[in-house]
Design a protein around this ligand. Structure first.
Ligand code: NAD
Ligand code: GLY
Length: 381
């Protein structure tokens, strides 16, 4: 449970009215998460970033036509040369081959070790750009400019970077922190409804694991969030980032506490991998995965029927699936179990689940295969 409510630091001096920052405190790797409207164009958004001759924007074919020119114009005030590389769009492209396109651009343009990378896009672009920044010339600075709700509330914060492997999601990567995160709320206006819902999954997760007052708030404001009410979105992004910053500040490399951020992800990653990357959105897998993890918690006696029903109802109201897909008609539970055994939290083949140990508190533990099979059988169609 979050015993100390993390507080907001003072507003960052910014050209964008009403921008706020959440500080992520990691000693020399500390950085601000700036949240507000109009950040993309505001010169103050870029003040104080590392000095360099060159910047490289990494984006994708969907986001580039929407926002790349504006980011380029802003960066040209600070960097003599601004290059861009446009990746194919989709989770199925979160691969070595696509990562190599970033290295091709960096080397092809003669980018030096001071070059600053800007990840403009959702979590796929952010995770790949971060991994490229961690490894190019053994590390160059990078800035996250997340343009999906999911990326603003989760993936751009905390320094996890990765690509997928056919045998497991996010299996190859590095911990590498950005210099800054710029969450421009205006960019959420162009997001597809399905993607907005996927982002809401990662917002919802923060309630059961850390802050039931936030869960209560979400129950009251889920329709406003679905309708993209600006002040509701601003609060949801800010509160999510505060909780994530609080967790990551204590356990940057996931030696313990940070694993609670993976609530719903063990089942969710199995769904994503089992369906083929890109078929189910990450947030959709997390949505159904949270329902399954809560059902497992309920069957273990950790939460009551009423809490399990509340969680399922909120996930459903967010426009997310609450039932998992059948991955194997012959042995569905067996297929889920096999996929979950390659989860990063598994130890010696034993699956470790993030469960809810009373609303507002998470616990990591194993569960008997027979019980997990019962949950899967009852939760998939
Ligand atoms: P995504 O990056 O695939 O973006 C979703 C879709 O929205 C894409 O088609 C994208 O091009 C499009 N898009 C992005 N911004 C847009 C905008 N403003 N307007 C219109 N379209 C826009 O998916 P995502 O949900 O952002 O991220 C999912 C990824 O994040 C997964 O790979 C997941 O593993 C990863 N992730 C990482 C962490 C972490 O801590 N590093 C945490 C959670 C998720
Ligand atoms: N999204 C989980 C984490 O950052 O640890």
């Amino acid at each position: 449970m979050l015993t100390t409510t993390p507080s907001l630091s003072a507003d960052l001096s910014s050209d964008a009215p009403g921008a706020q920052t959440v500080a992520i405190d990691l000693g020399e790797r500390s950085y601000p998460i700036v949240i507000g409207a109009g950040l993309l164009d505001a010169p103050a958004s870029y003040e104080g970033l590392p000095k360099a001759a060159t910047a490289l924007i990494v984006t994708n074919t969907t986001v580039a036509p929407l926002y790349a020119d504006r980011l380029r114009a802003a960066l040209q005030r600070r960097y003599a040369t601004v290059h861009a590389v446009v990746l194919p769009d989709g989770e199925q492209y979160k691969t070595w081959e696509t990562l190599n396109l970033i290295f091709d651009a960096l080397l092809g343009q003669g980018c030096d070790r001071k070059t600053v990378l800007f990840a403009l896009g959702g979590g796929v672009v952010g995770d790949m750009t971060g991994f490229a920044a961690a490894s190019y010339m053994r590390g160059v600075p990078f800035v996250q400019v997340p343009t999906t709700l999911l990326a603003q509330v989760d993936s751009s914060v905390g320094g996890k970077t990765a690509i997928n492997h056919p045998l497991g999601k996010n299996m190859i990567g590095a911990f590498y922190q950005p210099q800054r995160v710029l969450c421009d709320l205006d960019t959420l206006d162009t997001l597809a409804p399905r993607e907005l819902s996927a982002g809401l999954a990662e917002v919802i997760k923060y309630g059961p694991i850390a802050d039931m007052a936030f869960f209560d708030w979400l129950e009251a404001h889920i329709d406003a969030l679905q309708a993209r009410d600006r002040s509701a979105l601003a609060y949801a992004v800010r509160r999510s980032c505060e909780i994530k910053a609080w967790v990551v500040g204590q356990d940057e490399r996931e030696s313990g506490l940070r694993a609670i951020l993976n609530f719903g992800h063990t089942f969710g990653h199995a769904i994503e991998a089992g369906m083929g990357y890109g078929a189910w959105l990450h947030g959709e897998g997390v949505g159904a995965g949270m329902v399954m993890a809560t059902e497992l918690s309920r069957r273990l006696g950790l939460v009551d029927d009423a809490f399990a029903a509340r969680l399922k109802a909120l996930v459903q109201r967010a426009g997310l699936p609450v039932v998992g897909p059948v991955l194997d008609a012959a042995d569905n539970a067996g297929r889920y179990l096999a996929l979950m055994r390659v989860d990063k939290k598994a130890e010696a083949g034993e699956i470790r689940f993030v469960l809810i140990d009373g609303p507002g508190q998470a616990v990591m533990r194993a569960a008997p295969d027979a019980l997990v099979r019962e949950v899967i059988d009852a939760s998939c169609a």
